[in-house]
Design a protein around this ligand. Sequence first.
Ligand code: F6P
Length: 322
Amino acid sequence: SSRIGILTSGGDAPGMNAAIRAVYRAAHELGIEVVGIRRGFSGLIEGDFFLMDRSHVANIIHLGGTVLGTSRSEEFKTSEGRKKSAENLRNAEIDALLVIGGEGSFRGADLFNDETGIPTIGIPGSIDNDIPGTDFSIGFDTAINTALEAIDKIRDTAISHGRLFFVEVMGRSSDLIAIESGIAGGAEYLVLPGDHDAIMDLCARLTDAFSAGKRYAIVVVAEGERPGCSFEISKKVSEQIDIESRVVVLGHIQRGGSPTARDRVLAAKLGVSAVYAYTKSHAGVMVGELRRSVVLTPFDKVITGRQKPEPNIIRLAHILTK
Ligand code: F6P
């Protein structure tokens, strides 16, 4: 009989548990054993494994986070770390490895697959939605809804006090959380990572809006590579225009919470498809969904490509938010 290992890696994302459950159940149906690996690649290197049974995936479909735990492992970036990991998998008679994570995790998974010959398959989980080879990554839908809920609440108090709010959202290499939560939340303006210094344009837009009678505004800021950048942006704006403002950094709130239906269904599709991909001897690939079809993309394409927001959404953001 065959046996596969599963781990979650990198930043956690709501829906990872639904994916673990889908993998377990699909594998079980096919008579494949599933070994849970704790704390991502760190647990892989340390051999922190346990044989999963039904109880491990009971009542987890609605939980945020990951019941397996996660990490961003520096040691897995070394060939030593990967060699140790392969030994652990072989000793535990594990035939293949499933990795639920983001682009960074797939860099490690790609090297691991090529160096060790242990078939490795990826499932995209990241709130950022910056992974090529899938229209959506597991967790994005929940994260934008969390950000939206926060923006709606901030709008209440912004209106009451007549204030300008800077709401900073996550997404290290990606604008999409900002773009979509900004559109959905009716933001007056979006500050994307490329525009962190485009303060003049922002000030002109706000001046126009306030002189046309607006008494409050919400500016959604994408953190980009600079978490906390909205404090600096708000300071620069207040040097130019005289509107009372506040800053809210949503931070890791966006990483938690119960996954939306969309994220759970995506997790179910991709989890089951990853198990099927393994049974069909695929390796070194990520399972994604593009235009409603499940697609396998080789890791090297995933890690060298760049997931760009579709042009339509950018156009929409320009029309509605600046
Ligand atoms: O990749 C997911 C993400 O939440 C990014 O949006 C964010 O920039 C980063 O992870 C935060 O990383 P950490 O978990 O190390 O705080």
